[in-house]
Design a protein around this ligand. Sequence first.
Ligand code: SF4
Length: 406
Amino acid sequence: MNMVGRTSAVSTRNASLAKTATERRDDSGPAAADLQASDLLAWYDRHRRVLPWRALRGEHADPYRVWLSEIMLQQTTVATVGPYFERFLARFPTVQALAGARLGDVLAAWAGLGYYSRARNLHACAKATVEKHGGQLPRREAELARLPGIGPYTAAAIAAIAFDEKAVPVDGNVERVLARLHRIEETLPGAKPALRQIARRLAEGVVATSRFGDFAQALMDLGATICRPRQPRCMLCPWHEACLARQHGDPESFPRKSARREGKLRRGAAFVLLRRDGAVLVRDRKEAGLLGGMTEVPGSDWSADFDEGAALSFAPRLSSEPCLAWRRLEGHVRHVFTHFPLELSVFVANASDMAGPPRGCRFLPRDEIASAAIPTLMRKVLAFAGALAGDDGAKSSIRQRRRARA
Ligand code: SF4
C-alpha cells in the first residue's frame, strides 16, 4: 500500500471509530465494523500455535486428528493432552483401527485423562462412523451432532476446522473473549445463547475468505494466549481498540459468573488386597455412570453419610482365606470430581500366591497395573497402599501419606 492508500485507510478507520462511538450510546457492544474478522485472521497468520493435531499452514486438516483432539481437550488442558494424543494416535492410527479395538484397550490408552465416558463414546463413534459413513466423518455440523459423544460444540469445531464449513465453535476461551469484547453483564451459563449469537455475527465477516477453520482456531488461540483469564495481554490483541472491557479497564471481571456451588464431601472405603507375588485384587465398574467400565479395587459406595465404623462390611472375602487381616492406613486419599470432593479410607491385607479371586473380581499382575484402565483416583489409592511397581510407586505412596497427614 502506498502512503496515500495507507492514509486513506487510517482516515476510514478513524471515521469508523468515530461513528462507532456515536452508535455505542447504549453501550451495547462494539459495532461490527470495529470487529473485523480479517484483523483476527491476519493476527492468526502471524501467531498461530503449532499443535500436534493441527495442520500446518497450507496443509489440509485430518478429520480424525481434529475429532480426537477435540474430544481429548474437553475439560482438559492442551499441555496435558499433548502426550496422550500422540500415544493414542500411535496405538489407534485410523478411525477403522479405533472401531476394531476392544473397549478395554481404548480405556487403557485413555487412563489418566479422566472423564472416561469420553473414551467410551469415542469408541462408539468410531464404530458408527465405519458402519454408517464408510469410515469417513461427515462434514456437516448436523450430521456430526448425531454421532455418539459429539455435542453441539464439538460438531461445530470439527465442521469448521476439519472441513472449513461455516460454523463457529464457542468454548470457554471464546466465551471469555466475546464477553470481554462486549462487556456482557449476564452471568454464565445464562449468557451462552447471546455469546453464540455474537459469534455467528462475527462469522459473517469470514464468508468472503471461507477460512472458517482458521477463524475458529484464531478465536481459540486468542483466548488461550492473549485474552487469558488473568492478565490479558490487551496491547497485543488485534481487537484491542474495539474491546469494551479493555476500554473500561476491567477485562478480568468478564465473563461474569454465578457463585459456584461446591458439591458436598463424599466418603468411602477402598480395599487393597495384595498377593505375595504382587498381584492386586481388582474389579470393573459398571459401564454406566462415573468412571464407567474402569478398573478399581473393591470398595464401598461413596456417600456424604458414610459410616467409617461399618467400612469392613464392604471388604472382599476369599473362600480360601476367610480371615484376612485388614489394616487401615493412617490418613485418607482425597480426590476432587467435577461435582463433589471425595475422601477414601484405605485398607490393606495380604493373601497367599494361591488365593483365587471372589466372584466379579480378578487378580491383576503387578506388571500389568501400569497399562490397565485404572483411573487416577484408583492409582492414588494403589500408590497410597504401596502397590505400584517400582520406585515411582513407593515415592508416590510416601508423598500421598505425608499429604494425608498434613
Ligand atoms: S482487548 Fe484485551 S480483554 Fe479485549 S479481547 Fe483483546 S485481550 Fe481480551
